[in-house]
Design a protein around this ligand. Structure first.
Ligand SMILES: [Fe+2]
Length: 245
């Protein structure tokens, strides 16, 4: 029989990729759910991991959290987190400032380097532009309106080549929006950097993680289940992927 009867499309929210119509994981047809053996295997693997790997990981995490606690306000650590975080691809080399980011050379501290122009030519200036978040309507969580920013962040690789430091931040492009600098008061600058971290998280979770993995994979899976009979060789690829990923 055609598999179409069991798998229907649904719209979770307008503008998002379509998803499969299902109340929860237990309402899915048996053939696409994990078997009891597989589910047990998950729990056993998780338990084994907790016993064997958790203690050394926790020891390492404690040392790292202590380090973060001491250094999270520092500009060099902010740059380090960009480079070593989940989404370093956001960092783009900047050879010309974008027209919507009115930063001028006399506003910037370039760690002893001669000029902004020269630093841009040398490839020492970088830009993170969170424009994809501009205009996204933030959610209301527990009756509280949330806020999203779409910052522009200018970063400088210090002349010794060892550090990447933020040198200017605008929370969201716009003529009336101030540009924050490391020379501002400690808490203004810290708040500007905090907003960037929030945008960094949201960009990663919404666009990179959720959209490009889970939501996209679901579209392909539902389309496959609806249109291709179970005897098709494509299912072998899907089984192989499920087994080894
Ligand atoms: Fe995930």
């Amino acid at each position: 029989c055609s598999p179409i009867s069991s798998f229907s499309w649904d719209v979770y929210k307008q503008g998002l990729p379509h998803c499969m119509k299902a109340k929860d994981v237990y309402s899915l047809p048996w053939e696409v759910r994990f078997s009891i053996t597989k589910e047990m295997q998950f729990y056993l693997t998780a338990a084994e991991g907790m016993i064997n790997y958790y203690p050394p990981i926790i020891t390492k995490c404690v040392a790292f959290s202590e380090y973060v606690q001491k250094h999270w306000r520092e500009d060099a650590f902010f740059g380090y987190q960009f480079l070593n975080g989940v989404n370093p691809m956001m960092i783009q080399r900047c050879s010309k400032l974008p027209s919507n980011f009115p930063v001028t050379e006399n506003m910037l501290y370039l760690h002893g380097a001669r000029s902004l122009e020269e630093e841009m030519q040398k490839g020492n200036i970088f830009l993170c532009d969170y424009k994809t978040l501009d205009g996204v309507k933030a959610n209301v969580i527990h009756d509280e309106q949330q806020y999203l920013v779409a910052p522009l962040v200018l970063l400088h690789q210090t002349p010794d080549g060892k550090l990447l430091k933020p040198i200017a931040i605008q929370q969201t492009p716009g003529e009336d929006n101030p540009i924050f600098l490391p020379s501002d008061s400690e808490y203004d600058w810290l708040l500007a950097k905090t907003f960037v971290r929030s945008a960094y998280f949201n960009e990663h979770e919404l666009n990179i993680h959720l959209l490009c993995t889970h939501l996209l994979a679901e579209v392909f899976t539902v389309a496959l289940l609806r249109n291709v009979p179970m005897v098709h060789p494509l299912y072998k690829v899907e089984n192989y992927a499920a087994k080894y990923t």
